[in-house]
Structure formats: structure tokens, C-alpha cells
Design a protein around this ligand. Structure first.
Ligand SMILES: [Zn+2]
Length: 104
């Protein structure tokens, strides 16, 4: 009896169609980083797809990008909580500018 190959898929997501909930696909990320999908389009036509991604994989990539952006937004908000930043509508007269004017 052959030993079952170790799972090569690092991550898995279930994608359910918004318009037809009976349409459920499994998107997986391989250990080497590439993505796969259980839909017929990806299995038979992936070579014709941009980057080899079907629309279900694109959904997962968009979700991951949104999650990464959320982390960035939260980090930015934390930074803004620590610092008060105000854009000035005029250049404050600090006296520094007078010196350069005299040189010219
Ligand atoms: Zn798919």
C-alpha cells in the first residue's frame, strides 16, 4: 500500500457564489505559493487565464489584499493617535528666511 502523499496545500478557502449559493469552490494555496481552484474553468482552462488565476482565486487574492490593507490602516491610525498633524496654509515666519533673502 502506497503511503499517502503529504498535503501539499498550505492554505484553503471555500468560495461560495454570491448569486448561486449551490456554487461552492475550494481555492488552495500550494506550499510553493501558487494557487489552485476546484472549478472546471481552472482545471481545464487555467493556461488561458491571466496569471493562471480564475475569478475565485482573484476573489481570495482581493480578500488577502484587503486584510493586509486593513492592518496598514490600523497601524496608520495608531500612529496618528500619537501625533497631531496639521497642514499649514502659510509658511510660518521663523526668521530663518530673512537670512537667505539678505544673501541674495
Ligand atoms: Zn475557480
Amino acid at each position: 500500500m502506497a503511503i499517502k502523499k503529504k498535503d501539499q496545500w498550505a492554505k484553503r478557502w471555500k468560495v461560495t457564489s454570491f448569486t448561486d449559493s449551490s456554487q461552492v469552490y475550494t481555492v488552495s494555496q500550494h506550499n510553493d505559493g501558487h494557487y489552485g481552484c476546484s472549478c472546471k474553468a481552472w482545471i481545464f482552462q487555467r493556461k488561458r487565464m491571466p496569471n493562471g488565476h480564475c475569478k475565485h482565486i482573484e476573489v481570495i487574492l482581493a480578500k488577502l489584499a484587503a486584510a493586509a490593507e486593513k492592518v496598514l490602516v490600523e497601524a496608520t491610525r495608531k500612529l496618528l493617535d500619537e501625533w497631531a498633524v496639521q497642514e499649514l496654509e502659510y509658511i510660518p515666519d521663523t526668521g530663518m528666511w530673512d537670512m537667505s533673502e539678505r544673501v541674495v
